[in-house]
Design a binder for this molecule. Sequence first.
Ligand SMILES: [Zn+2]
Length: 523
Amino acid sequence: MKTIFAVNGPDLCPELFSYFPKSNVVHFDSVADLLLHLYTNRISGANTYERTLSLVIHQQPKRRGRSKPVGLQSSPASDAVLNKITTAELSHLIQKQFPTFSLSVTTPTDASKAVAHLLEREQLYSNRLVRVATWMYNDYVGSNEPYTGHESRPAAHSHANHDSYSPTCSANVYTMLSHLTRVRKRRKDQDSSFPSSKLISSALDLRKLINIPKDKLSSDHYWNLISTWDFCATSLSTSELIWCSFLILKKVAQDAGFEISDNNLFLFLLTVETSYHQGNKFHNFRHAVDVMQATWQLCCQLEARFKKSSSILLVCVAAIGHDVGHPGTNNALMCDPLSPVAQLYNKSSVLENFHTEIFSDLLQEHWPQILEEQSILSDTILATDMALHSQYVEQMDAGPSEQPNLLALVIKAADISNVTRPLHISTKWAVLITCEFNECAALLKRIKGNDTYESYMPECEEPMPDCVESILIKYPSIPQGQLMFINAFAECLFAGLAECFQELKFLHNNVKANKKFWEGKCK
Ligand SMILES: [Zn+2]
């Protein structure tokens, strides 16, 4: 829903309502209230802020006796300080804390100009496939550093944006290139002048945003869920996923002697969540939490083999960030047609390089201690590139001395561990990845000009049936797809792992049991 968020009582000019319905104006008395509203809607799924372009009109409160921007102040931050930030600082904060949101920030004076920008770009949001194409192929940079690529992109997706950029009158259209450009700019400027996360964590009690039923909280309910291989992330709400991640990271951080306060850890997790596209069928925060839980469980099995106590923390953190900003497609579609981001990475492990760079920036803001082991972070995230799969399998076949880096192997196994989960869990993941693949196929068809974007009907919108048999009636291609994946990729990896590490034999047994079931369905 396209919404105007009016902060601190700005005057709203009539031109605004050429784009926004009058009923879609929400008023806030403070920046803190705005942020709480954004988090609450995102967590509940009421608004993902990815489907439409919304606008924050920020009336800056009058300042007395203060000439320096907030970032340079040394006094402790609080709710009041958060509310005194400038509109440009608020724009910066929104882009940093809610990177995938299509939410622009403007002043009352610039509002009508900002709406003109939104109107120009509205067609980039008309349906899911158009949005995904925009994220991937659009060369919208969103800063005054122009994109310098020379390759031509499909005209339908390209939107030349060489108009002068102002943080308060532009349309904040999410594109992978704009995300990466911001991250690179921050790194180049060594941007630590505006402490957006510090301001938020001192002003808001973030635990209150996480909605967990009281009866489940008072028991060991979630601890029991995350402590087994039967963990089923597909049946948990976003609040529950954040809560489970909090429990795992709190434990491994304590064991490793890495300090992070509860409020900062919640803010880190909320920012990781908003760095994933909630609308993706498979590559979203749910998958990230699933991979982290699997990574942690595998690490628990292999604990005696790790030399440093921080290894488990580092690989768990890498796991929850390993797909941030994922467009819900794949490297092949990133490279053909050539996206600006694929061009920047020379078509090599494009998404994995992108995730690593985006996530390193996030850690720099929220948990810089983790970056002391930057190589572990990048090595493990890059290991999830399926193009390297056979390399890993061959290295394991060569015997224990040739084993690739154990942490990389753990995250790689966790990333494709859906087929090793109990059948009823494995089947649900299979549906989600199938829907995402089908979406990629539909996108490719439209890129090649064989279909129109407007005709696209999204799948899997209704809730998934609970039992395996009902799922298979609705999605009859699942058994064949699962067998193909197990035969081509999973079985050899998990057999190799079982050979090298007795502790992981259960993975191979599970994959064999699931394979047998799918073979029975294909007869
Ligand atoms: Zn993944």
